[in-house]
Design a protein around this ligand. Structure first.
Ligand code: FAD
Length: 352
């Protein structure tokens, strides 16, 4: 995902640009006009996700030999920003797919052959279930390879899985001692796999559930990878920049609606911060900047709209709820601490 642009043949670069342009058009012409309706729907309409698939957006980080566009962080960020600033619920369901796709792209040939092209085309859509692996204490999801030969047993709870009912597979991480086992499960309930809907104050139509697995048997051909848990934790922080583009999208939308030059300049800066962060601390700083900017811009939009902002038909209330959600989505201990410190600091210039 991070290859320098010069490494691509000219045709591939032009193809990527076209996909970014198509995403921006789709965001403005399809998602934005429907955003309020999608926000209040029971679920993001499948037909809308089909349009993202038809535009090649499920394959933006997939390899070109499997039909993907192999975008770098900057190009993928533009797509995420465009969709996030148009209909966050839609973008949120869609964005889950890409970690699973990247994992399958790096897996053994048999898995790549079975899944990769269909995942790039969005014919197979995936969710993920691994954020709770960051929590300290006993692992929320555990794997055991010592039972029935040819199967791994999964046990535990994934507290957040988005897209249930709209996804075909779910990419699950589970601890087996010091190792992490990654599996691609069918996203279907079963006696050993239960999904409990969660009602949300924002992105409610993202169909987010709590997933409970009880001695769920996974055939070993569905095991995507195994790795030391410490290796994943070491690289996890760097990958967290991607989610920040959703906040840049929300902030950018508010800035455009307000026609505010200072906010537009801050959006440009937040985007640059995510593309060029320096080390894991840089990613934390860029994420905090982006989410606090979304909150500030959405608050300014509510204020500018007066009482009408609180009506259910107002984009302002939706965008402010979304900015609230982006404060906690993809949050880690360091992001949480840095946000809290910024928000609870005394306001500069305030008379004491
Ligand atoms: C609506 C919604 C949908 C989501 N969808 C998905 C999804 O589809 N798939 C998915 O994998 N995730 C999903 N997430 C999870 C998301 O990416 C973040 O992990 C989550 O928002 C963090 O919030 P949490 O309250 O669950 O935090 P926690 O997981 O409890 O903690 C967040 C951070 O704080 C640290 N922390 C927590 N407790 C302690 C402690 N006692 N001591 C020290 N540090 C601690 C952890 O290390 C972690 O880094 C979703 C979240 C939301 C809100």
């Amino acid at each position: 995902m991070n290859s320098p642009d010069g490494a691509y043949p000219k045709g591939a670069a032009a193809g990527r640009l076209a996909v970014v342009g198509d995403a921006e058009r789709l965001a403005e012409e399809v998602l934005w006009p429907a955003a309020l309706e999608i926000d209040q729907a029971p679920a993001v309409p499948r037909a809308v996700l089909d349009q993202l698939a038809a535009a090649g957006l499920y394959g933006i980080v997939g390899p070109t030999d499997a039909g993907g566009s192999d975008m770098d962080l900057e190009a993928a960020g533009r797509v995420i920003e465009a969709l996030g600033g148009a209909s966050l619920a839609t973008a949120f369901v869609w964005i889950q797919h890409h970690s699973a796709l990247r994992a399958v792209a790096a897996a053994r040939p048999a898995l790549r052959l079975q899944w990769l092209e269909a995942m790039c085309a969005g014919e197979v859509r995936s969710g993920i279930a691994y954020a709770a692996l960051r929590r300290p204490g006993p692992p929320a999801m555990r794997a055991s390879s010592t039972g029935r030969p040819g199967f791994v047993i999964l046990d535990g709870t994934a507290p957040w899985v988005t897209g249930w009912g709209l996804i075909d597979t779910v990419y699950v991480g589970a601890r087996e001692g010091d190792e992490l086992v990654w599996a691609l499960l069918d996203a279907r309930t079963a006696p050993t796999l239960l999904a409990e809907p969660v009602r949300l104050a924002a992105v409610d139509s993202s169909s987010t559930v709590v997933l409970r697995l009880e001695r769920h048997q996974v055939p070993t051909e569905r095991i995507v990878a195994r790795e030391p848990y410490a290796d994943w934790r070491a690289r996890d922080g760097a990958g967290l920049a991607t989610n920040g583009f959703l906040a840049v999208g929300v902030a950018g939308r508010c800035a455009r609606l307000l026609e505010s030059e200072p906010l537009l300049a801050a959006v440009d800066e937040a985007r640059r911060g995510l593309v060029e962060p320096s080390g894991p601390e840089g990613v934390v700083a860029a994420r905090v900047e982006a989410s606090l900017l979304a909150l500030r811009a959405a608050t300014a939009l509510v204020v500018a709209g007066g009482g009408r902002s609180v009506e259910r038909t107002s984009h302002a209330q939706r965008l402010l709820r979304e900015a609230m959600f982006l404060l906690v989505f993809g949050q880690t201990g360091p992001i949480r601490a840095a946000q809290a410190a910024r928000l609870s600091a005394a306001a500069p210039g305030r008379a004491g």
